[in-house]
Design a protein around this ligand. Structure first.
Ligand code: UD2
Length: 351
């Protein structure tokens, strides 16, 4: 009798479990079907039923009836350079994109772009040229916020800025070591994103001040995580890249590893992505410092290690950071941004 009762109880428990499992799988699909139908009805009622808003970054809506040259899938306008990485990120070269098409797509998205630039100590002398040329070439027609970090706020030049563009100045301490000024940028970029731009969904570019714009730098450069190929090493074998080679450092890249050598003087992307990069590089840099380690090229080494692991979703060719002392190579059809020639001994606080 006791056995019979136990058997019945066991059967009841089994049935209950089975019903539970069935409900678990059936209910969400019912819910899914219902949601789908509601969405369908909402879509039907829309005027622009073709447009489904999914993600700001990846959904590119073209404006109506824009006329432009037919793109080809078999004849590329650039056959002399590589325009895609092995992980299928575009490499941006002149001739690979249609600026009019891209601008009209991003105009509809009403994007905003922040640019950070550090002008500490004597580097303030480069700021005027940087700002004036940015007004001529950097994201013309878009909402731009240039954020200057300096220890000399009184010396920030007055530059006329077009409507929709603004400049803000943030005071930072000076330093006796240029390596520290350069490397602390990651920490300050991290704090800027956390304090000033936490709810912003726009893009950010972090740029060296001792540089000038010479040509368009615009919407073609927008992407999740954006890296710029260093002009000094892009034709070299990876064994020649000046990565940090000491395994003790958190910026270490082992021989035989690494894709490209990226520059520390220009990088960017979506705010969340750049926040993650800055936070990681800062933390690795500080942990190294506690152990008395400084990577070969400070934050540039940490950035290269980061980009090796976290592949950039867009790569900008050396057109986006050339060096004035280098003659233009034939594959570089346009120089958009370039480092000016400078006398290190004269401008740096230490040798
Ligand atoms: C390279 C990188 C730079 C950085 C550095 C390694 C390029 C073109 N440049 O340039 O980004 O990674 O190696 O640390 O990729 N700064 C001041 N005051 C100073 C010193 C530096 O404001 O006294 C700021 C300024 O914005 C400058 C930047 O830090 O543009 C980088 O310093 P740099 O230009 O002296 O570094 P450099 O030429 O070795």
């Amino acid at each position: 009798m006791k056995h019979l009762n136990n058997g019945r109880a066991l059967t009841l428990v089994l049935v209950a479990v089975l019903l539970g499992v069935l409900c678990y799988y059936i209910t969400p699909s019912f819910r899914g079907i219902k949601l789908f139908k509601e969405n369908d009805i909402r879509q039907e009622n829309r005027l622009d039923a073709d447009v489904i808003h999914v993600s700001r970054e990846f959904h590119l809506v073209a404006p109506d009836h824009l006329q432009y040259k037919q793109p080809s899938i078999v004849h590329g306008s650039r056959t002399d350079v590589v325009t895609v990485t092995p992980w299928l990120a575009p490499v941006v070269w002149e001739g690979t994109f249609n600026p009019v098409l891209l601008d009209s797509i991003y105009n509809k998205k009403n994007v905003s772009i922040t640019a950070t630039v550090f002008a500490v100590g004597k580097y303030i002398m480069f700021l005027k040229n940087f700002l004036e040329t940015a007004e001529q070439h950097f994201f013309i027609g878009f909402k731009v916020h240039i954020c200057v970090f300096t220890d000399r706020p009184d010396e920030v030049p007055q530059v006329r800025m077009a409507t929709g563009r603004q400049l803000t100045v943030r005071s930072v301490p000076s330093s006796k070591r240029w390596q520290e000024i350069s490397a602390r940028r990651m920490e300050l970029i991290q704090s800027l994103i956390e304090e000033q731009l936490p709810n912003d969904s726009g893009y950010i570019f972090c740029l060296d001040v001792d540089s000038k714009f010479h040509g368009r730098w615009g919407t073609e450069s927008l992407g999740g995580l954006v890296a710029v190929i260093h002009p000094g090493y892009y034709r070299d074998d990876r064994s020649k890249f000046p990565y940090e080679r000491s395994p003790e450092s958190r910026a270490y890249v082992a021989p035989g590893e690494g894709d490209f050598y990226y520059c520390g003087g220009a990088f960017g992307g979506l705010l969340q992505e750049v926040h993650q990069l800055a936070k990681t590089c800062r933390s690795n840099f500080e942990s190294d410092a506690k152990e008395g380690i400084e990577a070969a090229w400070q934050e540039e080494s940490h950035l290269n290690r980061y980009m090796w692991i976290n592949k950039p979703s867009k790569v900008l060719s050396p057109e986006y950071l050339w060096q004035d002392f280098k003659p233009k190579n034939p594959e570089v059809h346009i120089i958009r941004f370039s480092g000016v020639i400078k006398n290190y001994a004269e401008i740096r606080p230490n040798a």
